[in-house]
Design a protein around this ligand. Structure first.
Ligand SMILES: Cc1cc2nc3c(=O)[nH]c(=O)nc-3n(C[C@H](O)[C@H](O)[C@H](O)COP(=O)(O)O)c2cc1C
Length: 168
């Protein structure tokens, strides 16, 4: 899938088919996170790949804004170091993983934003790390190709040369 096409069509997927994500797709998705650039090449992240059904159920139970994780065949928990650029760096890695999976037909969604402290004890994540997000993955239940994004107009967010000058 062409990069812009992936960006244009990717949507938050919260309902998944009962079908595993193939190991090679899992591998490429995690690789996409690992290969992402980070500030000063700090790579302040860890990616915990969860496919165990009981663990997925438990993740869904603790993630208040993502109970549907329990139905996903796969989730990647992103833990970060407590450093200045870690959120920016890991957010970029998450986007790379989401787009890589999407280009293979696998949907996903970002769940939570820090504060997922219960996940740490569940997965044995060391004290000095924080959980930034849980990203469940799976083949979408509904066809999303027709999905329309609800976004501000380009004229509302894009400017040419100086703030307030129309981009188009
Ligand atoms: C940083 C971030 C945090 C998010 N947190 C959640 C969340 O906790 N639960 C959830 O269901 N969706 C979450 N989302 C998904 C957004 O709600 C969704 O992407 C947005 O509403 C736009 O919908 P779309 O991606 O389908 O166009 C999050 C997205 C981002 C980028």
């Amino acid at each position: 899938m062409e990069v812009f096409e992936a960006v244009r069509t990717v949507l938050a997927v919260r309902n998944y088919q009962d079908k595993p994500v193939p190991p090679d797709v899992v591998q490429r998705t995690v690789e996409a996170g690992r290969l992402t650039a980070s500030s000063m090449n700090g790579q302040p992240w860890h990616f915990i790949v969860v496919e165990n059904r009981e663990t997925l159920r438990q993740l869904g139970a603790v993630a208040q804004t993502g109970p549907y994780i329990a139905q996903a065949p796969l989730a990647i928990v992103v833990a970060i170091e407590n450093t200045r650029f870690a959120v920016s760096d890991a957010s970029r890695a998450i986007q790379a993983m989401i787009l890589t999976a999407w280009s293979e037909g696998v949907g996903s969604n970002w769940v939570g934003f820090l504060g997922l402290t219960e996940v740490k004890s569940l997965l044995g994540i060391p004290d000095e790390l924080n959980v930034l997000a849980i990203v469940p993955f799976g083949y979408p239940m509904q066809a999303h190709s027709q999905g329309k994004k609800q976004r501000k107009l380009l004229s509302e967010v894009a400017h040419r040369e100086r703030f307030g000058q129309p981009f188009e």
